[in-house]
Design a protein around this ligand. Structure first.
Ligand code: NOJ
Ligand code: MG
Length: 591
């Protein structure tokens, strides 16, 4: 670190160390780059237009060439697919759309043969309404043990005609649905924080706990390296299910329009009596003990929309989960002060509990980050974009998206990539509304377009039918024509392509051990507008992201390791380096 700073030799430079490097061998998940595969949209092996496990196995070589450490698979379980598989009817079987248990075993084996780790999605907050438990609950009487696995309550009003409380579903509409009892009368209500077809389980019931422990063991025995735990902050509800007068939080893009603000508040947290109750931690302590019985550093990652970051860090205390998604980082707008704060706070909160910090810019619930960064408020958080909505600036978004990626991959900790981002893939922002499948679209009465735009199948080759996604050329969501320009085969071995930029970044990240590295903020590097530049040192690498309007000049005998865009005076760096607006560079001293 000292050498790189000495080399820059700006007299007014000061540094603030906020995170120390770790030495020695650390568990894989502390530093891993984890690639999210969304099975429906990655690769279709059987030609039905929906991605599947065989398709994934056949394409794993792409991930080793890219240089990631691990794969996270979104759900592949048996499911009516009302919420793209986040409505599970059988936790111990594969949906026929995706293949068979044998296909899953083959995928696990091939992943390990290639030296990759594999984590699978676990959906414990709710089952599908097609799950045998829920079917039995519908047939059983109020107060029966079958109903006690879910959250059934009598309604309010003289005839129980009003829902038990005023909670709303994350996807819009009421969080309660009334059932018809066996004798044909209007009956009790059940809680579903998501779609009607996703009844919430009652985690105070020991039977529910025992069942999920058994499900964990089922997949651990099959060899998975861990679980991404869906809605980790929702399993336990406040005693008595009190009304919630606050705004109804929507985890995937709350509050009308675009979120995010210059003051660094990110809007990444859910509040209310259904979220982040202290009781959830006892569950994760139990699961920690289950995983610890297995060899090979198995890990749990929390999907928890919890703020502030100190509260989120409670999920990754040493006896709970290993990682939590950092949605505060994902939802931060393109502002230097906001980025600096969220990075400092993330590292501080996780360091305090000895956890690793994770970073993420895109996933299957959010508008892809190049498209978010091409919006008028760069980095805002719209709940889907469709025909008639303000459209992002595609070129500017990609330019900034690449800078954001290099900023992220330069940080110490673990990073998540979402399939297609290594191609610079934008959101499909003009998907015809009649193709939409996300329940958000109709549950919000057609006000929130939802998440289909980031779930469009991946383009592998520009000339092939369905851009190589499916051998028959069919695709469950249509791909926009502009995907041809992003297809993998147009980028491989093309200097400066987004794919090659990601590959180089991952190689350098490993070479310079950035994952287990340090973070020291550097101030005063540029005299012009220091507050416009996010500058830090991680081990021997200086990372500079220029968010200001003017080019920033770095002096010294520097070597540019990687940059998100072409630099005005080339990459050589003998006479310093000029970093234009919306560009990230990784540099080190020439020696
Ligand atoms: C979070 C998942 O990421 C999202 O896709 C899903 O709809 C909800 N949880 C409900 O399971
Ligand atoms: Mg298929």
């Amino acid at each position: 670190m000292t050498s790189i700073l000495a080399a820059i030799a700006a007299p007014s430079t000061t540094t603030t160390l906020v995170h120390r490097a770790t030495s020695g061998k650390v568990p894989w998940w502390r530093t891993a780059v984890i690639y999210q595969v969304y099975p429906r949209s990655f690769a279709d092996g059987d030609g039905d237009g929906i991605g599947d496990l065989r398709g994934i196995t056949a394409r794993l070589g792409h991930l080793t060439r890219l240089g990631v450490d691990a794969v996270w698979l979104s759900p592949f379980y048996r499911s009516p697919q009302h919420d793209a598989g986040y409505d599970v009817a059988d936790y111990r079987d594969i949906d026929p759309v995706f293949g068979t248990l044998e296909d899953a075993d083959a995928l696990i084996a091939e992943t390990h043969r290639l030296g990759l780790r594999l984590i699978v999605d676990l959906v414990p907050n709710h089952t599908s309404s097609a799950h045998p438990w829920f079917r039995a609950a519908l047939e059983a009487a109020p107060s029966s043990p079958e109903r006690a696995r879910y959250i059934f309550r009598d309604g309010k009003g003289a005839r129980g005609e009003q829902p038990p409380n005023d909670w709303t579903s994350v996807f819009g509409g009421s969080a309660w649905t009334r059932v018809t009892e066996a004798d044909g009368t209007a009956g009790q209500w059940y809680l579903h924080l998501f779609d009607t077809t996703q009844p919430d389980l009652d985690w105070t019931n020991p039977e529910v706990r025992a069942e999920f422990e058994s499900v964990l063991r089922f997949w651990l025995d099959r060899g998975v390296d861990g679980f991404r735990v869906d809605v980790s902050h929702g399993l336990v509800k406040a005693e008595g299910l009190p009304d919630w007068p606050g705004p109804s939080a929507m985890i995937e893009g709350a509050h009308e329009g675009i979120l995010g603000s210059e003051d660094g508040s990110t809007g990444a947290g859910d509040t209310g009596p259904m979220w982040d109750q202290d009781g959830v931690h006892e569950i994760y302590r139990e699961w920690h003990r289950v995983l610890a019985e297995y060899d090979g550093e198995r890990a749990l990652v929390a999907e928890a929309w919890v703020e502030p970051l100190t509260r989120l860090a409670r999920y990754v205390r040493t006896d709970e989960m290993q990682q939590a998604f950092n949605f505060s980082f994902l939802t931060t707008v393109w502002s230097p002060s906001a980025l600096r704060s969220v990075i400092t706070e993330s590292l501080a909160a996780n360091d305090a509990v000895e956890a690793t910090t994770t970073w993420v810019l895109s996933n299957h619930d959010m508008v892809r980050h190049p498209s978010r960064l091409g919006l008028k408020l760069p980095g805002g958080k719209p709940n889907g974009i469709g025909i008639g909505d303000p459209q992002p600036d595609e070129a500017l978004g990609l330019y900034r998206g690449r800078a954001a990626t290099l900023l992220m991959l330069g940080l110490p900790g673990s990073s998540y990539l979402y399939q297609g981002e290594e191609l610079g893939l934008p959101e499909h922002t003009t998907l015809p509304d009649d193709e939409r499948q996300d329940p958000t679209w109709w549950r919000s009465e057609y006000t929130h377009r939802g998440r289909d735009g980031c779930r469009v199948p991946v383009p592998w080759s520009a000339e092939a039918p369905a851009y190589g996604f499916s051998p028959t050329g069919t695709s469950w969501l249509s791909q926009p024509e502009l995907f041809a320009r992003y297809a993998l085969d147009t980028q491989v071995c093309v200097p400066g392509s987004t794919y090659e930029m990601y590959r180089t970044a991952l190689r350098l990240r490993r070479e310079f051990r950035l994952g287990s590295g340090s973070l020291a903020w550097v101030d005063g590097l540029s005299e012009r507008a220091p507050e416009d530049v996010v500058t830090f040192v991680n081990r021997d690498v200086l990372v500079v992201t220029n968010l200001g309007a003017q080019t920033v000049q770095l002096s010294g005998d520097l070597e540019v390791l990687l940059s998100s865009a072409d630099l005005p005076f080339g990459q050589a760096g003998e006479h310093g380096v000029a970093v234009p607006t919306d560009v990230t560079v990784w540099v080190r001293t020439r020696n």
